[in-house]
Design a protein around this ligand. Sequence first.
Ligand SMILES: CC(C)(COP(=O)(O)OP(=O)(O)OC[C@H]1O[C@@H](n2cnc3c(N)ncnc32)[C@H](O)[C@@H]1OP(=O)(O)O)[C@@H](O)C(=O)NCCC(=O)NCCS
Length: 129
Amino acid sequence: MIIGVGVDIVEISRIKSAVSRWKEAFLKRIFTENEIQYSQNKKFVYQHLAARFAAKEAVLKAIGDASIQRIEWHNVEVLNDEFGKPYIRLSGEAKKVKEDKNITDIIISMSHTHKVAVANAILIKDGKE
Ligand SMILES: CC(C)(COP(=O)(O)OP(=O)(O)OC[C@H]1O[C@@H](n2cnc3c(N)ncnc32)[C@H](O)[C@@H]1OP(=O)(O)O)[C@@H](O)C(=O)NCCC(=O)NCCS
């Protein structure tokens, strides 16, 4: 059963400005080492960072209640499987929220251009549609 849907769109220039202004402090506050490494190994680094930012926001929107205030950016991590398909790994408070709500799966999809990145998250409970 689908119990939540979230979407977010991020301008690549916003992420680029934040990185040039706050540098490592911004990167390390928002993104995990895996996310930074993945993005920095790509030609268009900021598109991948922006997509990951959008994905984190999309997951929070899909949860959508007061519990999201306890979740830190690092607690929602975007990883990619062997085919490049993104998936979410939760930790800390986000993992607790997932358990409390009996969320069994989080489906994420992302796309990016030179201007914007977009992500969509779907929360599944019990594995049934
Ligand atoms: C997967 C695919 C559709 C993505 O298309 P694209 O236009 O390059 O992707 P976008 O720029 O819109 O989005 C990129 C995001 O797609 C996602 N993505 C990549 N591979 C994916 C996959 N296998 N499944 C789902 N999402 C995927 C990633 O999140 C990626 O962003 P990231 O690298 O920052 O994580 C494309 O790479 C593709 O067609 N791959 C298969 C090619 C192939 O085998 N074709 C032959 C048979 S048709």
